[in-house]
Design a binder for this molecule. Structure first.
Ligand code: ARG
Length: 401
């Protein structure tokens, strides 16, 4: 029987449509709904709404259910709608009357918000650690190619002298900054929505929301009640924005490597294990992994667009639309986790071709430096020095041609 069953029948097609993939996605939220439910139960007991023995039994059963779920012994079923209902069904099956007492002073609306924020806290920390491993792989690549010169490009034209370690170090530095961005995205997920119930609190019941804030390690309690539903999707969007910036750096690193691996550039050789062949052209060694990284970086940005679009112009309060935020949220985290893992593996294997890199260091790259010397050593204005070097380069080109 459904939690909201009032004895009327539901159209099965409508029911299935409304659940959508939520029951599958919600498996990810089970451990967090377990934590939040335990904190809620303890708070209800402290407020005198649950007998201490019932509270003990509920917390124990919640822990067991969480462990059994982690071992794959049960999953959220379509008929459950979501993880909140599934857990309550299991509690009631195990404990009878006590199971039915857990759902006081809360609603699935604040439960899902709470579970998502607890999920975000862990997922953001993990994503930041994974980004740090990619930055370390880039540090290794820089260290493996000390002193190796490489042109720096503007407009895809040779511009200034640079080096492999500067190139790798720049990506490492930005990726570390993206990891900082992921950590900073914790702020919005740090507000406790639990106890806001359907969105307007629980008249007639005296909850201690500060207690669950403490127990769950939130930074603060979200007030007023109605702010909680208004904020759904914002911590998610901020997290996925931080992921988007990271994915974009991965995509740009991959774009450079695709270019550097062409036979025209040939700055890098990709290890055979990281390339794929062509079914028709026997000579091919394709950088598919980097092409897919480039494409997937766009996919992450698309998830952000999807999340933002769902809440746009929505009136305040809970709407079922909000359920649709979960899929793009989880997808963004999963895609970035995959990207981080493959980059951390592939980057240290990239080999630079010193002969090709040296040959690309044409004299034009030193033109700005030459002009700067006329300024610092001969006291010329930069404008005059610039023109003098341009003339010298033209003359040198003429004498060679
Ligand atoms: N699966 C729902 C969601 O993610 C849970 C809340 C359902 N609440 C409701 N009033 N139908 O939003």
């Amino acid at each position: 029987m459904r939690l909201w069953d009032k004895g009327e029948s539901t159209d099965e097609l409508v029911f299935t449509f409304c659940v959508g993939e939520d029951y599958i996605l919600d498996n990810r939220l089970v451990p967090y709904d377990v934590q939040a439910s335990q904190a809620h139960v303890r708070m209800l007991a402290a407020q005198g709404y649950l007998a201490p023995a019932d509270a003990e039994a509920l917390c124990g059963s919640l822990a067991e259910l969480g462990e059994a779920h982690a071992r794959g012994e049960w999953v959220v079923e379509l008929a459950d709608e979501d993880c909140h209902t599934a857990l309550e069904r299991h509690l009631t099956e195990r404990l009878g009357e006590a199971g039915k007492r857990v759902h006081l002073g809360r609603s699935r609306n604040d439960q899902v918000l709470t579970a998502l924020r607890l999920y975000l806290r862990e997922a953001l920390a993990t994503a930041a650690d994974q980004a740090a491993s990619v930055a370390e792989a880039l540090d290794e690549l820089a260290a493996a190619n000390p002193e190796q010169q490489m042109p720096g490009y503007t407009h895809m034209q040779r511009a200034m002298p640079s080096s492999v370690s500067e190139w790798a170090g720049a990506f490492a530095s930005e990726i570390r900054d993206d990891a900082e961005g992921l950590r900073a995205a914790q702020r919005r997920a740090g507000k406790n929505p639990l106890g806001s119930a359907a969105g307007y609190g629980t008249p007639g019941v005296n909850l201690d929301r500060e207690q669950t804030t403490q127990a769950l390690g939130f930074a603060e309690t979200q007030w007023p009640h109605a702010a909680a539903q208004l904020s759904r999707g914002k911590a998610e969007a901020e997290a996925v924005f931080a992921l988007t910036l990271l994915a974009q750096d991965y995509g740009r690193l991959a774009a450079d490597l695709c270019l550097f691996a062409t036979s025209e550039f040939a700055f890098v050789r990709l290890p055979a294990a990281f390339t794929t062949g062509s079914s028709i052209m026997p000579q091919k060694r394709n950088p598919d992994v980097f092409e897919l990284l480039r494409a997937k970086s766009v996919g992450v940005a698309a998830q952000l667009g999807h999340i933002l679009a769902i809440t746009h112009k929505m009136t305040s309060g809970y709407h079922r639309d909000l359920q649709e935020i979960k899929a793009p949220l989880f997808r963004a985290f999963d895609e970035v986790a995959g990207m981080s893992a493959v980059l951390a593996r592939a980057v240290p294997g990239i080999e630079f071709d010193s002969a090709r890199l040296q040959a690309a260091m044409d004299p034009g790259l030193y033109a700005a430096e030459r002009a700067n010397r006329y300024v610092t050593e001969e006291g010329m204005s930069f404008r005059d020095a610039y023109r003098r070097v341009a003339e010298e380069l033209a003359a040198e080109a003429n004498s060679q041609g």
